[in-house]
Design a protein around this ligand. Structure first.
Ligand SMILES: NCc1[nH]cc(CCC(=O)O)c1CC(=O)O
Length: 317
């Protein structure tokens, strides 16, 4: 008698974007391991349920990951697929980042209301209302475009686009990656250049979280790992880990790898966009995390500690 191996259970949020990403991972794994069975189990997370409070004020880490993590620790699912940028840099005991997949374009995009279809960020009129719930996007855009107005926008990508089309905003900022994965690239009006706005840590990559004590799963997942993306994201995550202090903060990055050399640019900004500290570090690719930590310390010495303390005090009020 043949003893069949166990089916692998993949955990996912229920949003359309999360499902597209999870089914893509399922398909890739199925191609690598045609004899194994991969099932998808969906669940709602806190982040999907609390829609009326600004993200920055909720403050809790792992808003989009906690329910999935509990399911993994209780052995109800074997791993969870996340947008890497939504995965906290410190994971609960017993869980780890088991795989980072190849990154798509990590930049942000400007999406405009129909009435501004002939405009770019540079030409939007004074007082235009820009929707974003990310402090990183807010601070950097305020820094470069102080004449624009910013307003929080929550909900999944589809909800945000509906609010834009209904005229609640003149434009909104969304990740290029999310729009591409949802097959809505036609909504990308302008890809925001990185000298205007650095992207979020891990943006554009998928991160797979799994149990530390499960070598069988870890081994399966390694088939989907993209080493260059992994090292870039390890550097970015080490940078963020060294800087964050229990709340969402305006931190942006950019990375590249050439000839085994990794270049990491990082920035921390005040909420009003008036102070913006930015620096770049370069070193061996296999020292990714060390480079991230070192750049974070440089920015702290250059004033990032004060900026972060002020933001923390502001958000606590
Ligand atoms: N904050 C929500 C979120 N998490 C991941 C993405 C898509 C981009 C990605 O996969 O990095 C988005 C939407 C957005 O920022 O526009």
């Amino acid at each position: 008698m043949v003893v069949s191996s166990r089916a692998i259970r993949i955990g996912s949020r229920k949003s359309q974007l999360a499902l597209v990403q999870t089914y893509w991972i399922q398909e890739q794994l199925q191609k690598h391991y045609p004899d194994r069975q991969f099932d998808v189990e969906t669940m709602s997370t806190q982040g999907d349920k609390i829609l009326d409070v600004a993200l920055a004020k909720i403050g809790d880490k792992g808003l989009f990951t906690k329910e999935l993590e509990t399911a993994m620790l209780q052995n109800q699912v074997d791993f969870a697929v996340h947008s890497l940028k939504d995965l906290p840099t410190n994971l609960p005991d017993g869980l780890m980042l088991g795989c980072v997949t190849e990154r798509v374009n990590p930049a942000d995009a400007l999406v405009v209301n129909e009435k501004h279809k002939d405009k770019q960020l540079d030409t939007l009129p004074e007082g235009s209302v820009i929707g974003t719930s990310s402090l990183r996007r807010l601070a950097q855009l305020r820094h470069h475009y102080p004449h624009l107005t910013f307003k929080d926008v929550r909900g999944n990508v589809n909800t945000r686009l509906s609010k834009l089309d209904a005229g609640e905003y003149d434009a909104i900022i969304l990740a290029v990656a999310g729009l591409q994965r949802l097959d809505m690239s036609d909504r990308i009006h302008q890809v925001i250049p990185d000298d205007i706005s650095l992207h979020a840590v891990g943006q554009g990559a998928l991160g797979i979280e799994c149990r530390t004590g499960d070598p069988e799963i870890l081994d399966l997942l390694k088939a989907l790992e993209h080493p260059e993306t992994r090292d870039r994201c390890y550097a970015e995550r080490a940078f963020l880990r060294e800087l964050e202090g229990g709340c969402q903060v305006p931190i942006g990055v950019n990375t590249k790898i050439e000839n085994n050399f990794l270049t990491l640019t990082g920035m921390v900004a005040s909420l009003d966009g008036k102070t913006l500290i930015k620096d770049t570090i370069e070193g061996e690719q296999d020292q990714a995390e060390k480079l991230g930590q070192e750049l974070a310390m440089r920015l702290r010495d250059a004033g990032a500690t004060e900026i972060l303390a002020a933001i923390f005090a502001e958000i606590q009020r």
